[in-house]
Design a protein around this ligand. Structure first.
Ligand code: ANZ
Length: 802
């Protein structure tokens, strides 16, 4: 082997660092480009090839943009607080601060080994006080605006992890981390009012260049429903209650009412004979998770003994309780229309409750489709849309109901009974007074403790550190108070980190106004789709709050978003320690070099698809890179590239390759870019061409993929300065048009074969070529065509009379 990849990797990493080649500079007059990767959780298991595959796309784009004259910001840091780091610490028995810092060291080393063009002068870590000071600062902005509040809420409690979890951290009733069962219990928690931003979070999705499926997933999570809030009177009582419905048009089809078992009115209206059954049912429901309640298992419920009065007809309607009605959606009570709602139908069938048709259309009930209103007084004959309009107008005029919009989105559960997180900058004083810690007392430092294990009771570990809990600052005129002992969730620090990179050493503010105006929004954000309804939504929320505070001038953080697929193990399964199919990044770097890994993860397939690691595949890509280097230097280190001009065919192919790679990088189609370079290299060998004229542009377009090798060959060929900063090669449009084309030949309109001819070939040349094609000559059987229809470069149709 002529080139020792470990040597050249180190050589060029040192040169890049010395030249500060990848440091972003706000004083630059170039246009800016902000390319961001989702930062990793620093875990003890180190980085595997999947991580490399995640960070290569934005690195290619960053290098490409630099070569195209952009002032590029491409930073990296660590999402260092939170459950993963803490779980790892608990497993190993070593303090999370120690394990986290150690993991960061190892991550940094690996990332540097792979030659990612990060601006290392901007590295951040969310668990460091000079970072989380500003996380606390932003929390206080939310607090001041009434967007952070405490509430006794039913939460997702995970007994195994001994903490509460946010909705997006629970999947099918199990914790996302570890797959432990999660139950619902009431607890006093910090909440962030993301629901206040539901409409903007929904609407502004139209303004970002994100994958459609990701936008759709956020839309569904936000879950906007338009309908009505209708008031019902309880028979014989002063009490009224409201329901939320998206189908006010079906009001005449109501045959029973259902309240969530937790509805505050249930115990007031239940009749004595039903009381025991109702109480039992409420107790049974309290043990069920929300997921179970939403599942389509057999419906259960109990009659309360009480009745409601129909707001228009005055009819008596039974009030039931059932767990399929959830307390925290709408009003926690529904009007049930079994004729036109499947769940109500199932319930009515089981409990022998009458079913009424009010929409004509489908044969069988329940009929949930659109049709014509029947049995509905003033609505009869109307379509659904018109009936909804008319009913809403009627309800509003009679003060029986109101138009209403509901969102599925819930407020963000923002506290954890854990140690490894940001402390809340909030203090409780006697008599229920609560105060924010004054800005000059920030950061509220996370105390160093020996015992950071969570307790079984749900009490936070910080509660045991009595000295820390006792607050003696200036928040309330010097009065002693009690600190909040919960900590913030992992997603706190990651909800604004993209804003800290733009001004990471600012000691007076989270970032300067100038830097925000200049760098934001992020032009390209690359990360996994699993963060769609968590981090990606939370970040948008915080950005909008900061916008409302006047701290930022953009209200969307990420202009363009791209997801990378997962790299699976060689067995086609998700890489995991337990399966033993993890390919550690550094192992493969040692055997194949980091350029080969970077290029291979691009070559494996389309960016957003999951792809299985292939040991023979990486060998093939390594051979390709070796072949590139042998065009410039032979195995003895002798220089073999030449200054002789390249033949025309090669010159044309070089221009075509530059065009193809340029366009493929722009559209993030990296696999086809690598194929195009492979085709060129094969052709160079075929033609025995080692002309610098051909090799220089090849090396330049290869540079974003295999940056170390590219620099080395660039230098050997006498290239000026760093290849990484050299202007991107241009192609000549005149040289990239295809001169030969393949067109179809038809005889009497039927396709009989294809010919390869000059794009501007004459009709007679085309016909002559067509006659050589076996499928065509067989049909012509020696005859000449009576008529020829020829569109140069497109199609040839020969007409023969039969
Ligand atoms: C009457 C009705 C008739 C309904 C009909 C549907 C069809 P989305 O689209 O999800 O917003 N609902 C309201 N609050 C509920 C709660 N807390 N728990 C369970 N179900 C609830 O669905 C709105 C519909 O879900 C509402 O419209 C209500 O049932 C039910 F032919 O009211 B509907």
């Amino acid at each position: 082997m002529a080139l020792n990849f470990t040597e050249i990797e180190q050589k060029w990493q040192t040169k890049w660092a010395e030249a500060k080649a990848f440091e972003a500079d706000m004083k630059s007059t170039k246009p800016k480009y902000y390319a961001l990767d989702m930062f990793p959780y620093p875990s003890g298991s180190g980085l595997h090839v999947g991580h490399i595959a995640s960070y290569t796309p934005a690195d290619i784009i960053s290098r490409y943009k630099r070569a195209n004259g952009f002032n590029v910001l491409h930073p990296m840091g660590y999402d260092a607080f939170g459950l993963p780091a803490e779980q790892y610490a608990i497993q190993t028995g070593i303090h999370p601060a120690v394990t986290t810092r150690k993991a960061i060291e190892s991550f940094r080393k690996t990332l540097q080994t792979f030659g990612f063009s990060f601006d290392w002068s901007r590295e951040i870590s969310t668990c460091e006080p000079d970072y989380y000071k500003w996380t606390q600062f932003i929390f206080l902005k939310l607090y001041e605006r009434g967007l952070a509040y405490q509430k006794e809420v039913p939460v997702n409690w995970c007994p195994a992890l001994k903490t509460v979890l946010a909705n997006d951290e629970v999947i099918d009733g199990k914790s996302e981390r570890g797959g432990h069962p999660v139950i619902r219990v009431p607890m006093k928690q910090w909440m962030l009012k993301i629901t206040d931003y539901a409409e903007r979070l929904l609407k502004d999705l139209d303004n970002v260049d994100w994958p459609e499926r990701t936008k759709e997933a956020q839309r569904n999570w936000i879950g906007k429903s338009e309908g009505a809030r209708i008031t019902f009177q309880v028979e014989g009582e002063k009490d009224t209650f409201e329901v939320f419905t998206t189908r006010p048009d079906t009001l005449f089809g109501v045959t029973f009412m259902v309240m969530a078992p937790e509805h505050p009115l249930v115990k007031a209206i239940m009749t004595d004979p039903q009381a025991a059954a109702v109480e039992n049912y409420i107790f049974d429901t309290s043990k069920k998770s929300e997921v179970d309640r939403k599942a389509t298992t057999e419906k259960t419920g109990v009659f309360t003994g009480a009745h409601a009065l129909h707001p228009i007809t005055g009819e008596k309607i039974e009030i039931w309780i059932a767990d399929y009605v959830l307390m925290d959606y709408g009003t926690g009570a529904i009007m049930a229309v079994p004729g036109h709602d499947a769940r109500d139908f199932e319930f009515a069938t089981k409990f022998n409750i009458p079913i009424k048709r009010v929409v004509e259309g489908g044969e069988a009930l329940p009929f949930e489709g659109e049709g014509t209103m029947v049995n509905s007084q003033f609505l009869d004959g109307l379509t659904k849309t018109d009936a909804i309009k008319k009913m809403l107008a009627h309800l509003e005029s009679k003060k029986l109901g109101l138009r209403e919009v509901q969102y599925k989105l819930r407020d963000w559960l923002f506290s954890r009974q854990r140690y490894w997180g940001e402390p809340f900058p909030i203090v409780d004083f006697p008599n229920g007074v609560q105060k924010a810690v004054p800005a000059n007392e920030l950061p509220v430092l996370l105390p160093e403790v020996a015992d950071y294990e969570p307790s079984d009771t749900g009490e936070a570990p910080l509660a045991k550190i009595h000295d820390w809990v006792r607050y003696k600052g200036a928040a309330n005129g010097g009065e002693e108070g009690r600190r909040i002992t919960d900590t913030m969730p992992g997603a706190a620090g990651s909800s604004w980190y993209f804003l800290r990179y733009i001004d990471p050493h600012n000691a007076n503010a989270p970032f300067s106004a100038d830097s925000e105006k200049y760098w934001m929004p992020v032009d390209l954000y690359v990360g996994g789709p699993e963060h769609t309804v968590g981090h990606l939504l939370y970040s948008r929320f915080w950005m909008k709050v900061l916008f409302d505070c006047g701290l930022v001038t953009h209200d969307e953080p990420f202009k363009k978003l791209a997801h990378q697929g997962m790299i699976l193990g060689p067995d086609g399964e998700k890489m995991s320690k337990s399966r033993g199919n993890v390919i550690p990044a550094l192992d493969i770097a040692q055997t194949h070099g980091t350029d080969a890994v970077r290029t291979f993860v691009c070559f494996m397939g389309p960016l957003d698809k999951d792809k299985a690691w292939s040991p023979t595949g990486i060998d093939g890509v390594k051979r390709f890179l070796d072949r590139v280097s042998r065009l410039v230097v032979n195995d003895d280190g002798g220089y073999v590239a030449t200054q002789t001009p390249a033949p025309t065919e090669i010159v044309k192919l070089v221009h075509k390759t530059v065009k193809k790679v340029t366009e493929d990088i722009e559209s993030m189609s990296f696999n086809t870019a690598v194929s195009a370079m492979m085709i060129l290299v094969n052709e160079l060998y075929k033609m025995d061409c080692r002309s610098e004229e051909a090799l220089r542009p090849l090396v330049q377009v290869l540079a974003p993929f295999a940056p170390h090798l590219a620099e080395e060959l660039w230098e050997k060929m006498g290239g000026k300065g760093l290849c990484a900063l050299a202007p991107w090669p241009k192609y000549d449009p005149a040289l990239v048009t295809d001169d030969t084309v393949t067109i179809g030949v038809q005889v009497n309109g039927k396709m009989r074969g294809t010919i390869e001819i000059a794009a501007d070939a004459s009709e007679s040349d085309a016909v002559a070529a067509a006659k050589e094609v076996a499928g065509v000559s067989a049909v012509l059987a020696g005859k000449s065509p009576d008529k020829v229809i020829y569109k140069a470069g497109k199609i040839l149709n020969l007409i023969v009379k039969v």
